[in-house]
Design a protein around this ligand. Sequence first.
Ligand code: IPM
Ligand code: MG
Length: 388
Amino acid sequence: MLRTDQIEAAKERFGQLLEEQLRRVDEMKSQGDFIDYKSLDQIIVGVCGGDGIGPAITAQAQRVLEYLLEDEVRAGKVVFRNIEGLTIERRAAENAAIPPAVLEEIKKCHVILKGPTTTPRKGDPWPNVESANVAMRKELDLFANVRPVRIPEQGIDWTFYRENTEGAYAVGSKGVNVTEDLGVDFTVVTNQGCERIIRAAFEFAKANNKTRVTAVTKANIIKVTDGKFLDIFYKIAKEYPNISADDWYIDIMTAKLVDEKRRKDFQVVVLPNLYGDIITDEAAEFQGGVGTAGSANIGKRYGMFEAIHGSAPRMVKEGRDKYADPCSMIRAGAMLLAHIGYTKEADKLYKALDICTVTEKKLVITGRDSGATSEEFANYLMETIARL
Ligand code: IPM
Ligand code: MG
């Protein structure tokens, strides 16, 4: 192909992407307010086990939630609905990030508890389908990815508000190979997208008596998109005079998180998608690794709650899935409870988790037969809840 033709083809592709993104802006502009779970007669919790160790640990999280919500489930106020088919085999067979029939079922729910799903990468036996997490975040417009990290004994209490639908992820799988030598990816930012995540972070800070919100960007280099994020951050910060606002660049921020003297001071951190992805893994590591962290993906209509780690196919291959640590999914479940208004039950669960994993620790999960199974751990947790 002639070079001019190659450039024209790339421009056409770029044009399509812009159309798509402007449609998204229109949708965001026409969006209503957050759903009020209290006003619903019935809350439907969809459960997708996912891949690898996903089904095993998700089942244990579901058991614990059903235990905590026993009365609500009996009264039909809360319904748990198992949704089959969000598996890499089915996604590969249908060549879809989320098979359409599965998505339809998911959309009939209010909130989703989702196990880890396999994201194919180059060299894998699977077709290159888009990540199911990323697709679900986009399909359900789950713009706020909330990831708490708490280590009380070190004075750490961080809540990350990661933007979840834009940035490098918006058209992450739609970059253009302009020629054989030249590849271009895109990062996308919108006023509406920045405003809603930044406002969510400040509102969280206000509701939880936090005194500081920190933005993280690389606006000195990525001037248009990160620059916009930062401008909007300081504009919105003016509406919250009692909360101090500051910003750091992502490189020095990753360093500050390991600075024991300074890191205690961070409280709420709001950041574009990719930086949020990276730094929340680092942050979770201080708490005991990504296996311990849960994550809430929140939009105005839907919420999806998941682990932040992958599906660990090796554990399954070695027959160790029943020894997988279910704490990440159980923590995701605690966030789900709080999100739909069951804060007392969520607090109980956090308390029991603290007893079972820090103070009492009668059972230990090692990921192997040297430790407890996920089921034994969930039993221990429920016994502990009963004692509270
Ligand atoms: C996460 C994960 C996902 C992401 C992957 C699995 C697509 O790393 O939830 O942080 O990049 O967002
Ligand atoms: Mg990640």
